[in-house]
Design a protein around this ligand. Sequence first.
Ligand SMILES: Nc1ncnc2c1ncn2[C@@H]1O[C@H](COP(=O)(O)OP(=O)(O)OP(=O)(O)O)[C@@H](O)[C@H]1O
Ligand SMILES: [Mg+2]
Length: 228
Amino acid sequence: MTTIVEAVNLKKTYMLGKVPVEALRGVNLKIENGDFVAILGPSGSGKSTLLNLIGALDKPTEGKLLIEGVDVSTLNDNQLADLRRRVGFVFQFFNLIPRFTARENVELSMSIVDVGKAERRKQAESLLEIVGLKERMNHKPTELSGGEQQRVAIARALANNPRFLLMDEPTGNIDSKAASDIMGLVNRLNEEKGVTIIMVTHDQRLASSAKRTVHMFDGLIINEKVNH
Ligand SMILES: Nc1ncnc2c1ncn2[C@@H]1O[C@H](COP(=O)(O)OP(=O)(O)OP(=O)(O)O)[C@@H](O)[C@H]1O
Ligand SMILES: [Mg+2]
């Protein structure tokens, strides 16, 4: 197996005015290709901070992050932008663009340089089919349920053939039926399509469907477990 993500003694200190907030205090984590890791932990324990660092949305204060063996701190701005495009991010709030349809939201995230217009449209349609929204393609976000919007967000995250999917509480704002649909989808993406998944959740039950769970507390990983 190849390691796609490796965090080595990762630290992140935010400055709140003059007060330092140690959000991560030395995290070590290795994620293999095809893995499905759930990150659990109380509010404020550093879960989103860790996800943002792994997605190269933010820089660590100390320590190293390797993506496919490459130290992210050695990348220039162009290379960083390139890396970010190949990371699928699903946020807790869906972040769809309201005035565009489901299909347009997925199309828009595709790289214009790599894919022509007709091809983008075809890919967007097939991604929406994968997440079970073929019939809702031309709906705008306000015309979709919360769970459907989250599935559009997942289709969008898959658009640039990402190295891995980062999900920050993907079921945090939807009802439990929609949440179990999303979890079914996420499991299928991992098992059938081999998509590597790193998912933050508050929900122990959802976490147990992942291959591994990682518990965070106060900026540290305090426990790691293999589920199945
Ligand atoms: N931009 C920021 N500036 C200052 N402090 C921050 C910033 N972002 C996060 N923090 C602090 O860092 C710590 C970790 O925050 P983080 O968002 O990673 O927690 P979390 O585990 O994702 O929590 P939640 O479950 O509530 O989403 C918290 O104490 C938070 O207040
Ligand atoms: Mg968070």
